[in-house]
Design a protein around this ligand. Sequence first.
Ligand code: NAG
Ligand code: NAG
Ligand code: NAG
Ligand code: NAG
Ligand code: NAG
Length: 329
Amino acid sequence: MNGITRGRFEVFSSNDESLINKKLPKELLLRIFSFLDVVTLCRCAQVSKAWNILALDGSNWQRIDLFNFQTDIEGRVVENISKRCGGFLRQLSLRGCLSIGDASLKTFAQNCKNIEDLNLNGCTKINDSTCISLSKFCTKLKNLDLTSCVSITNNSLKALSEGNRNLEHLNISWCDQVTKDGIEALVGGCSGLKAMFLRGCTQLDDDSLKHIQIHCPELVTLNLQACSQITDEGLVSVCRGCHKLQFLCVSGCGNITDASITALGLNCPRLKILEVARCSHLTDAGFTVLARNCHELEKMDLEECILITDNTLIQLSIHCPRLEALVSG
Ligand SMILES: *[C@@H]1O[C@H](CO)[C@@H](O)[C@H](O)[C@H]1NC(C)=O
Ligand SMILES: *[C@@H]1O[C@H](CO)[C@@H](O)[C@H](O)[C@H]1NC(C)=O
Ligand SMILES: *[C@@H]1O[C@H](CO)[C@@H](O)[C@H](O)[C@H]1NC(C)=O
Ligand SMILES: *[C@@H]1O[C@H](CO)[C@@H](O)[C@H](O)[C@H]1NC(C)=O
Ligand SMILES: *[C@@H]1O[C@H](CO)[C@@H](O)[C@H](O)[C@H]1NC(C)=O
């Protein structure tokens, strides 16, 4: 506990005589408060002057989820929280907080340099300047969700690659301005990426996947849903470079064929979840290789893979004992 906090405790003991405050050491109250959610903390802050000081102590505000208040959250709220929490804040979700803009997030980045997990899913107002702020100040960032932040461009990915080299999970689904140049910059700087969610990044092509092949050996999760330009050439490359893949979604990538599924079988033995809905060129030949090599398979989505017959199901039932969910038809 730091000096400031200890100072506050002295104020506390001289002012508040309630039984609970006499019986429980302040450190313990503070510890209890640290498990409370935002709403409960704010209620506690209204109980008494002493509890106000304890409940609003930055150390209680390490993980904040404002999703339930999304439309009410204005920039000022985020700025105030940032200043209060400062270096304590590790995790912040502003999912769906539509009115948050780049200026508030700049204040946030400057104050909360220890942030590890930031969810900006659906914060549609923000543009590249937010990622530039994160790049300058938030070097510990590991998880960043920018789903549907549609103004984001390659410049954001370039900034992240320069300042956020600890990034492990990135979601830029539906950020459809991003091209292969952005992916090239990103994976060149962030070599520890474990999960990339690129759903609906419709400009991405096989060249983008070749950059992933070369730079992302740690990749476990890759979601390319509806990246419809992708073909076997790119996907086979990913399989050859990313042997640790456990989750792959290429649903809606209608051009891929058995060559991709075969490469997956031969290179990615740890695969657990495969989603290939609407990949209508796929046949039993690919899935036979897959089933014989990927014994950890747990879930598959084969919806509208119209060429697949019972033979695939038989191979899966023989070789994949953990398979518990199979969508087909
Ligand atoms: C932010 O903090 C300022 C100064 O402490 C205060 O006047 C203002 O009401 C706060 N605004 C919000 C929206 O919390
Ligand atoms: C981001 O949007 C702000 C307006 O909110 C604008 O002033 C700024 O120039 C934009 N920055 C970039 C990098 O697009
Ligand atoms: C978006 O990415 C985050 C990690 O950055 C992940 O936890 C989340 O599940 C992803 N969302 C979707 C809808 O895939
Ligand atoms: C980045 O993306 C834009 C489209 O948003 C594209 O026009 C540009 O060529 C890409 N590359 C660079 C280096 O900016
Ligand atoms: C297949 O690729 C071509 C371009 O090579 C593209 O125009 C077409 O939309 C793709 N088909 C599907 C079903 O995704």
